[in-house]
Design a protein around this ligand. Structure first.
Ligand SMILES: C[S@@+](CC[C@H](N)C(=O)[O-])C[C@H]1O[C@@H](n2cnc3c(N)ncnc32)[C@H](O)[C@@H]1O
Length: 195
């Protein structure tokens, strides 16, 4: 059976390598942060965002226990503020939208307005040949609405610069699914204005 999280990694690995810069836009328990940290290695950099201190603690503990390279910056702030904290272009970004697994606080979830702002910023900050993964959880109402919003938005982007695709299990409509967003190798370099 298809393993969506393995597919996320395979697509990221097709674009991201040692010494590059990546962002985990929804740190949670740090699974994606750990994967990104190992992928870019000692010479790379990983920035990870979450609005809950609990996520930072859980991720810090995980990265330490797993001996991850010390190439990460954990940031307690909403991902829509990414430009305030990340002052360089990025090669990859991962969004795993929704709420912190195992926390029991399903109310603390990603929300359309800030998700949209963060995804727009991420696309602007992406280097040519960069990649974003945006995982959607349509089993709760806000997750379903985030997915619809992003599907509409991605459909409007210039196909000469951005290739957005959708990976979904067709006979299981409430299962998670994801968008793969690839920037053309011929796209212009991003500008880093904070305006
Ligand atoms: C599904 S979990 C992420 C799982 C994570 N990738 C992992 O590997 O464990 C979603 C996370 O997004 C966080 N979150 C919610 N709103 C956010 C925001 N505006 N900015 C950054 N993180 C946010 C939640 O606190 C939660 O920890």
């Amino acid at each position: 059976m298809v393993d969506l999280k393995e597919l996320h990694k395979q697509f990221v690995l097709a674009h991201l390598g040692e010494g590059e810069v990546a962002v985990d836009f929804t740190m949670g328990n740090g699974n994606d942060t750990l994967f990104l940290s190992r992928t870019v290695g000692e010479q790379g950099r990983v920035y990870a965002f979450d609005i809950q201190e609990e996520a930072l603690k859980s991720t810090r503990d995980r990265l330490t226990a797993e001996n991850a390279p010390e190439n990460y910056t954990l940031i307690c702030a909403s991902h829509h503020r990414v430009r305030e904290f990340v002052r360089e272009p990025i090669k990859a970004g991962m969004f795993n939208l929704g709420y912190l697994p195992g926390s029991g606080r399903k109310g603390v979830t990603t929300l359309r307005q800030t998700t949209m702002a963060a995804v727009e910023a991420a696309i602007e900050m992406l280097l040519p040949d960069g990649v974003l993964i945006v995982a959607i959880y349509p089993g709760h109402e806000e997750g379903e609405l985030e997915g619809e919003m992003l599907r509409e938005y991605f459909s409007t982007l210039s196909r000469y610069q951005i290739c957005p695709s959708l990976f979904r299990i067709l006979n299981s409509p409430t299962s998670p699914y994801f968008f793969l967003v690839e920037k053309s190798a011929k796209a212009p370099m991003p500008t880093l204005s904070t305006e």
